[in-house]
Write a protein that binds this ligand. Structure first.
Ligand code: FES
Length: 110
């Protein structure tokens, strides 16, 4: 387990990106529960933490709009067909990480 951040770094309903052991990790706070996934989009490496956290658990890549479930890492909405054709690929599921809380710190199982 590696420390990613403090609980106070991520208010409820927000997400942020952190570098943990050279990995870019997104941590989201959904109603006081914390979730961690890869911060880099599976499509073309967009940095998801600068996107949006919507409807409590949907994270959207700011680059071409792929959407993922932050709880499961599952791809909910792929990029549009035109973007798929132009870039040669679509998105796929994100890697998720186990999160544990100790005192005021959030740890990630990498
Ligand atoms: S890089 Fe994320 S949707 Fe294209």
């Amino acid at each position: 387990m590696e420390k990613a951040c403090n609980i106070s770094d991520i208010p409820s309903g927000t997400m942020k990106g952190f570098t943990v052991n050279d990995n870019y990790i997104l941590v989201a706070n959904v109603d006081g529960n914390f979730y961690a996934v890869d911060a880099v989009c599976t499509h073309m490496s967009g940095f998801i933490p600068v996107g949006k956290l919507e409807k409590k658990f949907i994270i959207s890549c700011p680059t071409h709009g792929a959407q993922y479930d932050v709880k499961t890492g599952k791809l909910i909405k792929d990029v549009d067909e035109e973007i798929k054709e132009a870039t040669g690929s679509g998105a796929s599921d994100l890697q998720i990480y186990e999160v544990s809380i100790k005192d005021d710190s959030i740890f990630i199982d990498l």
